[in-house]
Design a protein. Structure first.
Length: 304
């Protein structure tokens, strides 16, 4: 195998990246139902402060005939060419917490070498945890919260968030290989598969991006400004509801999916993260005390 480090170029100030940050990843490729991953990457890189850390070599990893660059023809000349990219960024969340973001195209070639390259970067920056997301179409209704299936070795996340735990075989994402390699070494890793309504898989579904961000927050403690996405999601769902109510067949389909979903969830209830071991919701005073402890911890971390 050729040197995996040859797949990427580090930015000039890459040595200044702090150690011990969480890594968040999402690659567009085989499946991106609801455009969850592409929306996630665009949201994080356009909404939050970010700095380039490393760029992967597209000529080594990308099949240009499958994902051709897009050019802009301006009357008599080519004014712009946009090609797919795969890169690592240093990003700050809504309260200034830093994390690493691996985003872009899923490699078409050299998956084993790419996996080793990502593991090298994880080791180089002593990454604390790795969290990644992708999405698949499922026969579920848009009128219910988007569920997730959790993989990896984060038992706490699997127990509290994974709504579907099948024994099955499916085509892999390149990040499945990364998860397996990191998990085998004991590195804390979690993969979130978003279960998106199959009839919305080819749309840009804002709620899918919100679920991706919420899942990342649960795994990392990062905080994201999702108000705009949530507002877009409400408008999107309202338009879908309007179409469904005006079509008898669609309405019957959604009703059937709702019934199946609710029956399944009744038999597979998830423990709520808002309840204690006895199933009781904490009081307002207890929640306030917990919030004060969290803020005090954040202030102490900032001062240090």
């Amino acid at each position: 195998m050729h040197d995996p480090a040859g797949l990427y170029d580090l930015a000039p100030d890459s040595d200044a990246v702090p150690e011990g940050l969480p890594l968040v990843a999402g690659l567009t490729g085989f499946a991106d139902a609801g455009s969850a991953v592409s929306q996630l990457a665009e949201f994080l890189l356009t909404t939050l402060e970010s700095t380039l850390v490393a760029t992967f070599d597209a000529d080594e990893l990308l099949d240009y005939r499958a994902r051709r660059p897009v050019f802009t023809f301006d009357q008599d000349h080519i004014s712009q060419v946009e090609a797919s990219t795969l890169s690592l960024h240093l990003v700050r969340d809504d309260v200034g917490q830093s994390f690493l973001l691996l985003s872009g195209f899923e490699p078409d070639f050299q998956w084993q070498r790419f996996t080793t390259a990502v593991v090298q970067l994880v080791e180089r920056y002593r990454v604390s945890t790795t969290t990644w997301v992708h999405s698949i179409p499922m026969p579920v209704p848009h009128t219910r919260p988007i569920g997730v299936t959790v993989s990896g070795n984060r038992a706490d996340l699997i127990e509290t968030m994974s709504v579907w735990r099948p024994v099955t075989q499916a085509p892999a994402n390149a990040l499945h290989l990364v998860e397996k390699r990191l998990g085998d070494s004991g590195h804390p890793t979690a993969g979130f598969v978003l279960l998106v309504p199959h009839y919305l898989a080819d749309t840009e579904f804002p709620d899918a991006a919100v679920t991706a961000l919420s899942s990342i927050s649960a795994a990392t403690g990062l905080i994201f400004p999702t108000d705009r996405l949530r507002a877009e999601g409400r408008d999107f769902v309202a338009k879908v509801d309007e179409q469904v109510h005006g079509n008898h067949e669609l309405s019957r389909l959604v009703s059937t999916l709702e019934e199946r979903h609710d029956t399944y969830m009744e038999g597979n209830p998830l423990p709520s993260p808002l309840t204690d071991q006895d199933g009781q919701v904490p009081s307002a005073d207890a929640l306030a005390a917990e919030l004060e402890r969290f803020l005090a911890t954040r202030r102490a971390d900032d001062e240090s």
